[in-house]
Ligand binder design. Structure first.
Ligand code: ADP
Length: 707
């Protein structure tokens, strides 16, 4: 009969052997499994040596005393060796998830504790400081015996601190397993210490705890799991490569679209500035609005990739609801008119004029929904109705909010019940064969839905096949002021007037600049934009030409396009600076790259400033004012005087008052004098500088003949 009951411990040994065999059969050679095997082996050895000591206590004369000491000490060493291995296992486990090596402090603590404890037990064989065994094999606790409890406590503490610090790398299942592991192990020790002094329980419980790891973290399907994970990583890398290619494609596309758009917006700005005809001006205003919306859509295409990669953000700013609806209507009405569809918009006059939200995104969603309504309606009507309700409390903020409800209802083709759930799938178009002639990508609705979700709103659909559909957007927005939008047509008129026409204020006829762009159209837009400034402009179409020109002449400013064949903007600038060709001349980069942070990166590259294409006159003027020498910047009033001076002086001679009147209206822009006969003309010419004389030929010939 043994002195202590080791039945549980033997069961623990059996469990450990089974787990070990099981893990060995799996034949997985990851770092984490290697450490796990060490935990099992330490546990197995500790239980084994613990059990053997019991045999030796019972039969003290069986072995020499030093052997008894050795077995006892090894039992202890393997015991905290297990704790040491558990901490190592945790470190490796986290390292694999964090994808970087763990901090040194934890490894140093772990190794130090193991060395210190091992040394203490080694000393104990010669000088009993923890336990002693007398000649009769009687075991007694001496000196620093409590170290037996301190060592696991220190390890549990270290492991707990480490896992707590790294908790963000653990799933709830892994956290639960760690807690369960600690709980079972500690329970074993506590039960033995407090209640069952004669029954060895510790290693049975720790074997169970290790078994729990096998079920949860080191699952039997681990091989498949690791294989799948490897495949997943490869698939992820492949997907990342594809995304990268897509990003490059989108950036190139955006550049390709922006280049002609640059010409459209630039030339339109010139029409807006120079035209005196109200009708033309109105058209130009509409082009301006459509152009800027098109531009923002291009930016949004770039943003679409952002949504997919989860990088999309919502930017909140104040916006005018009447501007929003004006633009939306303006950009969609033409389509409805050409299709002969009735298009109505009804906005609650009390809807606050100023709200806070992401206007760009809301506009994008509305444009998509309204365009769809018009697209998928053959005849009948599209009705947009905007209502709102006050929200009393929202997210504890004490700011007034409204829930705006925008309904877009059409009498179009409708959507079949069974197609409803495919509606918001990307690249999905319903009844493809029937709607082949209607252009579309099947992306609009997904994007709208995702944007609305990002804005914490709601997008719902109601549709009856072949009768029509209703899309409803609900959005909660902060209110800037309670003042309502009022009468819609009046609000739209105000907005239309607001579309600014920039009055140039730059006049620098003595300044000289170089504009470099491989696209001829862009060059002509830039030079037309700067016409009124009278700046002397040199134009060229490549980086090499630019370098050549800069060698020959000192310009006040160089405006350099970024994307050019052969030598691009960056390389051209590099050459200019390296070869000290135009030191001190500011170089402003022109680029279609409108990504956030572009300005900073161009300035880092050495450019003095950055202008995003399509170049807006106001921004161009601001940049030039900043960089042109101050003495070359003249007062804009000088321009008017110079213009006056520049006007050609004409004398028009005609007997007919009607003819004179007609000439007068045609020669508005000239300094013209109108007289009825030659004598008066001669008299006038004696006193003034005259460039031209226009004589009504018919009357002149008649008179000559009479005379
Ligand atoms: P698309 O570019 O094809 O219009 P969307 O994502 O905007 O892509 O819409 C997806 C599909 O949903 C469309 O192809 C069309 O079949 C259907 N759909 C969208 N709006 C309507 C509508 N107002 N009436 C009927 N069908 C619609």
């Amino acid at each position: 009969m043994l002195m202590y009951n080791i039945d549980f411990e033997l069961a623990g040994i059996a469990i450990s052997i089974v787990i070990l065999v099981f893990v060995l059969i799996q034949n997985v050679n990851t770092e984490s499994v290697r450490e796990y095997k060490k935990v099992i082996i330490f546990n197995l050895l500790a239980a084994l040596f613990d059990s053997i000591t019991v045999v030796f206590y019972t039969y003290p004369t069986l072995v020499p005393i030093w052997f008894n000491y050795l077995v006892n000490s090894l039992g202890f060493i393997f015991g905290f060796g297990e704790a040491y291995a558990v901490l190592n296992y945790s470190i490796v486990f986290i390292e694999a998830r964090e994808k970087k090596k763990a901090a040194n402090w934890i490894k140093i603590c772990n190794n130090s504790a193991f060395i210190v404890y091992s040394l203490l037990y080694a000393i104990n064989a010669f000088v009993p400081i923890i336990f002693s065994i007398d000649e009769n094999g009687v075991y007694s606790r001496v000196g620093i015996y409590p170290i037996v409890y301190v060592s696991p406590a220190v390890y549990i503490f270290l492991t707990a601190v480490f896992l707590f610090v790294k908790r963000r790398f653990l799933t709830w299942k892994q956290t639960f397993t760690a807690i369960f592991f600690a709980f079972v192990t500690i329970s074993g020790m506590a039960l033995q210490f407090l209640f069952f002094k004669d029954v060895f329980l510790t290693y049975f419980f720790s074997s169970v705890a290790i078994l729990s790891l096998s079920f949860s973290l080191e699952t039997p399907d681990y091989v498949i799991l690791t294989k799948t994970m490897k495949e997943l990583t490869e698939a992820k890398e492949e997907a990342e490569r594809a995304t990268n290619a897509k990003d490059i494609f989108l950036a190139n596309m955006s550049h390709e679209i922006r280049t002609p758009l640059n010409a459209i917006i630039g030339l339109d700005e010139i029409i807006l500035r120079d035209s005196r005809d109200e009708q033309t001006k109105q058209h130009a205003k509409d082009i301006k609005m459509a152009g800027s919306s098109l531009l923002s859509i291009i930016n949004q295409i770039l943003d679409f990739s952002k949504i997919e990669s989860g990088k999309m953000e919502i930017f909140l700013a104040e916006y005018s609801t009447s501007d929003l609806f004006y633009e939306v209507v303006n950009m969609t009405k033409l389509k409805a008119i050409t299709k002969n569809i009735k298009y109505n918009i009804d906005v609650d006059p009390n809807l606050p004029e100023m709200l806070i939200g992401d206007e760009l995104r809301i506009r994008q969603v509305l444009l998509n929904l309204i365009n769809n309504a018009i697209k998928y309606t053959k005849d009948g009507s599209v009705d947009v109705k905007v209502t709102f309700s006050k929200v009393t409390r929202i997210r504890k903020e004490n700011v007034p909010h409204v829930e705006m409800q925008i309904s877009i209802k059409d009498t179009g083709i409708g959507i079949r019940e069974e197609d409803m759930n495919r509606l918001f799938q990307s690249f999905t178009r319903l009844e493809e064969s029937k709607n082949r002639n209607i252009e579309g990508t099947g992306l609009g609705l997904v994007l709208s839905k995702q944007l609305i979700d990002l804005m914490d709103g709601e997008l719902t659909v109601n549709s009856e096949y072949q009768k029509g559909s209703e899309f409803v957007v609900k959005l909660t927005q902060k209110v800037v002021s309670e003042k309502g939008i009022g009468d819609l047509s009046e609000a739209f008129r105000r907005t239309s007037e607001k579309v600014e026409i920039y009055e140039p204020t730059l006049y620098a006829p003595k300044a000289e600049i170089l504009i470099v762009d491989d696209n001829e159209m862009n060059l002509s837009v830039m030079s037309d934009l700067l016409e009124t400034t009278k700046i002397r402009m040199d134009l060229c179409q490549s980086g090499l030409e630019c370098i050549d020109k800069c060698k020959k002449r000192k310009y006040d400013v160089v405006l350099l396009d970024m994307m050019m064949p052969e030598l691009d903007g960056v390389d051209t600038l590099k050459k200019l600076r390296e070869e000290h060709i135009c030191d001190g001349t500011p170089v402003v980069v022109l680029t279609a790259d409108a990504v956030v942070g572009a300005r900073e990166s161009y300035i880092m590259m050495g450019f003095d400033d950055y202008l995003s294409k399509p170049v807006k006159y106001a921004e161009l003027e601001e940049a030039l004012k900043k960089f042109l020498p101050k003495d070359k910047l003249l007062d804009i009033n000088e321009a008017k005087k110079d213009k006056e001076k520049e006007k050609s002086s004409i004398v028009v001679v005609s007997e007919s008052t009607d003819a004179l009147k007609e000439h007068k209206s045609k020669l508005k822009d000239y300094k013209a004098t109108f007289v009825h006969d030659k004598d008066k003309a001669v008299k006038y010419m004696e006193k003034h500088d005259v460039d031209f004389v226009m004589i009504d030929a018919k009357e002149f010939n008649q008179k000559e003949a009479e005379e």
